[in-house]
Design a protein around this ligand. Structure first.
Ligand SMILES: [Fe+2]
Length: 383
């Protein structure tokens, strides 16, 4: 056995941690690009307090507040241009996965030449040579775990791709996880984000890169997250459930950064690129089917999750794996997430395009290899 494990060198996980951001930021730079997304954070007053704190700590702020929706080439390049022209020396991303990924990509590209497109896997050929700017990540949803991953997922609507810019040095210098920020997240976003985290925990558990570090994390956090997500969805003010989800989301990022993902994320990227399907919604819909497919092709490790997820041990491992898939499907149903590809807009007419857009890095790490034709057949079987 051999493996590597990389994560953020400093993690600050606590209620109210957001108050520590100004001091943390001041320790890393004096000119900060602050990347945010939608307006909910602005309305909450969190940003006003943050900007006051940064000013009090002598940090000059350049604000970029257009990181909503999935990060596109244009959104990231605009952040890069702004950061370059302002001469920033540190980047803070506070928001959902979009804000964090936009900030992370911008921190990587600003000190290097050109556009983010040049650095995207399978799209560009440039390499990040100059060290990325120090990057601080503060999630406001419990989902992507981007605060502890080394990649940012970028989409092109025109070219219909959704791929990563990735470099170990793009890992956040500090991950600041404050469950308080997730309390006001509405149920539909809670559901989609939470299913992304659960999908990341379960998919990373069965890849070829899975290792005992990640296994321990997935075995502990998957059942707890599946229980807490129901409670956080029913009652956004359930602080214990919110805390459990914030922790599970961060840990899911650790797992995916070190063990990779699988076909649910592969096809999820295709659905995002071709049909604009929200990432967590795609993950929740696809995961039970991917577990069943993999289990039918000999991947039995899912059964290890059954005692904690389903409350019983299965002598037959394939039965155990199927029971885990059923439990995930039940959860997605409870959260009122779409249950079929047709509901997401997939038809026989766009299946070829979808399959082609699904064959990225996550697909390659699925424990059962998929050819393009097999991917197409799998998608067809789910319509
Ligand atoms: Fe994900």
């Amino acid at each position: 056995m051999g493996f590597e494990f990389i994560t953020a060198p400093r993690i600050v996980f606590e209620w109210g941690a957001v108050k520590k951001l100004p001091g943390i930021c001041a320790g890393l730079g004096k000119r900060c690009l602050v990347v945010t997304g939608g307006s909910s954070l602005r309305r909450s007053g969190v940003l006003d307090t943050l900007f006051e704190g940064l000013a009090d700590n002598g940090v000059h702020v350049t604000r970029y507040d257009r990181a909503s929706g999935e990060p596109t080439l244009q959104i990231v390049d605009a952040a890069v241009e702004l950061g370059r022209s302002a001469g920033v020396d540190v980047v803070l991303g506070i928001g959902g996965g979009s804000a964090m990924d936009t900030a992370k990509a911008a921190a990587g590209v600003i000190p290097n030449a050109g556009s983010v497109r040049d650095y995207l896997e399978g799209v560009g050929t440039a390499k990040i040579t100059a060290n990325p700017l120090p990057f601080i990540a503060a999630p406001t949803t419990a989902g992507t775990g981007s605060e502890v991953t080394k990649n940012a997922v970028i989409m092109s609507k025109e070219d219909k791709f959704k791929v990563s810019i990735r470099d170990d040095r793009m890992m956040a210098r500090v991950a600041v996880v404050d469950p308080e920020l997730t309390v006001s997240v509405p149920p539909d976003v809670t559901a989609a984000s939470g299913m992304d985290a659960i999908c990341q925990l379960i998919e990373s558990f069965t890849t070829a890169l899975a290792n005992p570090m990640c296994d321990a994390l997935a075995l502990y956090h998957t059942p707890r997250a599946m229980d807490a997500l129901r409670r956080a969805y029913d009652d956004g003010g359930d602080r214990q459930a919110r805390e459990t989800m914030s922790l599970a989301a961060m840990v899911s990022g650790m797992c995916l950064a070190n063990a990779g993902l699988g076909a649910a994320h592969g096809i999820g990227a295709g659905l995002g690129a071709v049909l604009g399907v929200l990432h967590g919604v795609a993950c929740g819909m696809l995961l039970p089917h991917v577990i069943r497919y993999n289990a039918a092709h000999g991947v039995r490790k899912y059964a290890q999750l059954a005692p904690a997820v389903c409350g019983r041990h299965y002598a037959n491992e394939e039965d155990g794996a199927r029971a885990v898939a059923d439990a995930v499907a039940e959860l997605a149903l409870y959260l009122k997430l779409p249950v079929s590809l047709r509901e997401l807009g997939v038809t026989e007419a766009n299946v070829d395009e979808l399959a082609a857009a699904s064959m990225g890095s996550s697909m390659k790490k699925n424990p059962v290899p998929f050819t393009l034709d097999e991917c197409r057949d799998f998608i067809l079987s789910l319509i």
